[in-house]
Unconditional design. Structure first.
Length: 489
């Protein structure tokens, strides 16, 4: 596509404006600087308009391209940038619906354009018109050669243009919505331009009453929350080293919203450390592909009593479970110091200290792994830490196993919380106790092999507590007719 020169485009638009016949003009109302203007709609060749390089329709997608997308910033109106923007618009979720509607009904509402020919809105409609003009037979294609636009006054500033795009986006309309991440980036740009959260929130949600202090506060809080979600996504993308992009989170709004809400609540009512621990675990659930309904079950008791056994039950993760849940060095020591893993039997007594389950190592692996791409990840592998080193697993196998384990732990916790499947709780807890005893021996052997000695006083104290609980349990089960318990009395 060969673009007009800047002067030629300005002249073309100016001539189209001069050619307007006042009594025949299609004039549409337009709010501008507090006044209601009646600006005529003109028709100009759709091939000659410029797609807006700052459009928030595909802002996240451009950022996701990294170095390749930098051309949009350095040469926004060049052939390469314009083609890139058009290609990204074609890939948006609602593009085909817009295209079909225009094919059936033609363009109904004019777009808005600067006097230099840069579209403020209607970028999707412009690409659809171009494609229809190129794809259809000549006689039919002629209907889609031109785009109807209103021309913005020359004195419009960049901040005013961004505000106009915001106004168009937030109104009730039939065009496709911005994606979740594109809207977050739009809000950031508005905040960076000096707009207050209250002002943005009132325009974003027209149900709020600007005369109500309560509604104004709610509007500001809503925007501040959205901006925190953006910050979470930015941190995840940065931590991923390129494995994750903005579009990877377009379907995660509810999950992120609940994760943030839980974190804010826990930070106030509990300790910041506990809040961070649970938020990290919930983000693991999100990265693993868990539905937000299951992520809701991730809390301190989930970490203390459910997720490690579930990881250990997955064959691909069995040797890596503790290293992923606790960490390699901590996993070795936690098996011995205070027999702390046996505390998992008591849901009210969370594991604390260096041997507690945080899922930090699992988070580190997941965030650098990214989502499975069937077109690229056929032979992809993941380096997974284990108790004795590392091992490689196929990416899809690793992600499937983690997701299944996390979901199983959430489902088990949900059943326990609801009082369902209660008959299975004793069995699972006894299995966990047996596994913990085996880990104590393995941990002690590893320390001795390395020439180290655990804190004997701490072990003695923990052993006394364990034997007391063991003897009480044996007596309790023997009274209820369990033969294995009767034989050990």
């Amino acid at each position: 596509m060969t673009l007009l020169t800047q002067n030629a485009r300005r002249e073309m638009i100016a001539q189209a404006q001069k050619a307007v016949v006042p009594e025949q003009a299609d004039r549409r109302p337009f709010e501008w600087r507090g006044a209601r203007l009646m600006i005529p709609a003109i028709a100009i060749p759709v091939a000659d308009v410029l797609l807006n390089p700052r459009t928030h329709r595909v802002r996240a997608q451009v950022k996701g391209l990294g170095a390749r997308g930098s051309i949009v910033a350095t040469e926004p109106y060049g052939d390469e940038s314009q083609q890139l923007l058009a290609d990204l618009i074609r890939k948006t979720k609602g593009y085909n619906d817009v295209k079909r509607t225009i094919h059936r009904e033609e363009q109904q509402e004019p777009g808005l354009i600067t006097y230099e020919g840069v579209l403020i809105n209607a970028n999707t409609r412009a690409v659809a018109l171009r494609d229809l003009h190129a794809e259809l037979p000549y006689d039919e294609a002629r209907r889609f050669r031109f785009i109807k636009v209103q021309v913005l006054p020359q004195e419009a500033t960049s901040d005013e243009i961004m505000q106009l795009e915001f106004d168009f986006q937030m109104r009730q309309r039939t065009q496709q919505d911005y994606t979740f991440t594109n809207e977050l980036l739009f809000i950031k740009d508005l905040l960076d331009a000096g707009r207050s959260p209250e002002d943005i929130g009132l325009q974003k949600n027209r149900s709020y009453n600007p005369s109500s202090r309560r509604d104004r506060d709610a509007a500001a809080k809503e925007v501040q929350t959205e901006d925190r979600l953006r910050q979470i996504i930015e941190e995840l993308i940065e931590a991923s080293g390129g494995a994750l992009g903005w579009e990877d989170f377009d379907d995660d709004r509810q999950n992120l919203l609940e994760i943030d809400t839980t974190y804010q609540t826990m930070s106030t009512r509990k300790s910041p450390d506990a809040a961070r621990r649970v938020r990290r675990a919930k983000l693991v659930g999100l990265l693993a592909g868990m539905d937000y309904r299951r992520v809701r079950h991730i809390d301190e008791s989930y970490l203390d009593g459910y997720v490690l056994p579930a990881l250990e039950e997955e064959d691909p993760l069995r040797t890596a479970a503790q290293a992923l849940a606790i960490g390699q060095r901590q996993a070795q020591r936690a098996d011995v110091q205070g027999l702390s893993l046996l505390d998992d039997l008591d849901e009210d007594g969370p594991v604390t200290g260096s041997g507690s389950v945080t899922l930090q190592p699992l988070f580190d692996v997941l965030v650098r792994t990214g989502k499975v791409d069937p077109t690229r990840d056929i032979d992809a592998h993941v380096e997974v830490p284990t108790d004795t080193g590392t091992r490689k697993l196929p990416k899809s196998t690793f992600l499937d196993a983690v997701r299944h384990a996390m979901q199983t732990a959430a489902d088990n916790k949900a059943r326990d919380n609801q009082g369902l499947d209660a008959l299975d709780v004793p069995r699972r807890q006894l299995n966990a106790a047996a596994g913990a005893c085996d880990k104590v021996r393995r941990g002690y052997d590893e320390l001795e092999d390395g020439g180290e000695e655990p804190n004997r006083q701490a072990v003695e104290s923990a052993l006394d507590a364990y034997l007391r609980a063991h003897d009480e349990l044996i007596e309790y089960l023997a009274q209820r007719g369990f033969h294995a318990a009767e034989n050990r009395q």
